[in-house]
Write a protein that binds this ligand. Structure first.
Ligand SMILES: [Mg+2]
Length: 301
C-alpha cells in the first residue's frame, strides 16, 4: 500500500475574483486548486474532480452556497466531500445554517490567512486519515490489491451501472494451478511471495480504469470488466494466462513447470433473471472445466 502519492485537492467556490485569487495564492502550496465562480460550476466540478475539500461562498447569484451544499449532500458521489463555508463577517445565522447543513467548518470574510490555513489544514489532515482507513479496510493485506469486501462494493456498483445502461459485464474467476503443491514443496513464505506477484501481474494486465481485480480468497482472484462482452473477456483471459506464464516462476510440482492460472470467464447484461449469483456460479463451473481440461487455460462461456 502506498499512501505517499495521494495528492489532495481543494475546490474554491466564490463569485468574486479577488477572493478566488487570494485563496488560490494562500492554499496552492498545500493542495491542488480547482476554481468555480458560481454554484452551477461548483456542482459540476465537484462531481468531476471529487476534491477533498470545498471552500464554499454563501452569497452568490443564482444558486447560493446553501443550495450547493444541499445538492452535494444529496448526490452519493459528492456527499462525502468536506465543506468549509465562507460567510460574511459576523453573520451568525449563516454560520449556524451552514453547520446544520453538514459543513465541517466556516471562515469569515475578510479572511485572516492564518485562520483559513489552520482550518483548511485540519480538514485536509482528517481527509488524509479517512482515505488511509478506507484503503486499509478495502485492501488485501498480503497482496495489496482489493480485498473481498472491496470486491463486493465495486461489483455491486458496476453491476448496477451496467444494469442502467444495459451493457454487458464480464466476470472472470481465476485460480492459481497446483498452488497447494507449490506451498507444500517450497513453503508458505514462497507461496505468499508468489501470490503477491500473481496479484500484481493480474492488476497490471488490466488496461481500463473501471476494470478491477480482487483477491477472492486463498489463491482465487476475481476480475470484473464493466461494459465488456465475451469477446473482450476472452481477449483479457488469454493475456492474463500468457502474462502469468511468462513470469516464469518455477513450480517444481506442476506439469507446466511454471506457475500458471486457470480462468472461467463469462459475461451478461444484468437482469432480474440472470442475477449476480448466477454469474458467479457460471464462472465457477467454467473454471472447473478449465481445471479438468488440464489447467493453464481459460474457458469462456
Ligand atoms: Mg459572494
Amino acid at each position: 500500500m502506498n499512501f505517499s502519492n495521494y495528492e489532495q485537492s481543494i475546490l474554491i467556490v466564490d463569485d468574486e475574483k479577488s477572493n478566488r485569487n487570494i485563496l488560490t495564492e494562500l492554499l496552492s502550496p498545500v493542495a491542488r486548486i480547482i476554481l468555480a465562480k458560481n454554484g452551477e460550476q461548483a456542482l459540476k466540478k465537484a462531481l468531476q474532480h471529487k476534491p477533498d475539500l470545498i471552500l464554499l461562498d454563501i452569497i452568490m447569484p443564482d444558486i447560493d452556497g446553501f443550495e450547493v451544499m444541499t445538492s452535494l449532500q444529496s448526490h452519493p458521489e459528492t456527499q462525502h466531500i468536506s465543506v468549509i463555508f465562507i460567510t460574511g463577517f459576523h453573520d451568525e445565522f449563516a454560520e449556524e445554517e451552514g453547520l446544520s447543513l453538514g459543513a465541517r467548518d466556516y471562515v469569515t470574510k475578510p479572511f485572516s490567512n492564518a485562520i483559513v490555513m489552520a482550518r483548511v489544514k485540519t480538514q485536509l489532515e482528517l481527509k488524509k486519515k479517512e482515505h488511509q482507513l478506507h484503503l486499509l479496510a478495502n485492501t488485501d493485506i498480503l497482496t495489496g490489491i482489493n480485498n473481498r469486501r472491496q470486491y463486493e462494493t465495486l461489483f455491486e456498483k458496476e453491476w448496477n451501472r451496467c444494469w442502467r445502461s444495459q451493457k454487458p459485464l464480464s466476470y472472470l474467476l481465476i485460480d492459481i494451478d497446483y498452488f497447494k503443491k507449490y506451498n507444500d514443496s517450497l513453503g508458505h513464505s514462497a507461496g505468499d511471495e508468489t501470490l503477491t506477484k500473481v496479484a500484481e501481474c493480474l492488476e497490471s494486465s488490466l488496461d481500463r480504469p473501471a476494470d478491477f481485480v480482487a483477491r477472492y480468497g486463498g489463491e482465487e482472484f476475481v476480475i470484473i470488466l464493466p461494459e465488456s462482452d465475451l469477446t473482450a473477456a476472452e481477449h483479457v483471459s488469454k493475456k492474463l494466462c500468457d502474462n502469468i506464464f511468462n513470469m516464469k516462476i518455477e513450480h517444481p510440482k506442476s506439469p507446466h513447470k511454471f506457475i500458471t492460472i486457470s480462468i472461467g470467464a463469462t459475461s451478461t447484461i444484468p437482469s432480474e433473471e440472470f442475477n449476480k449469483n448466477k454469474l458467479l456460479n457460471k464462472a465457477d463451473d467454467l473454471l472447473y472445466g478449465a481445471k479438468d481440461k488440464g489447467r493453464n487455460q481459460y474457458i469462456c462461456g
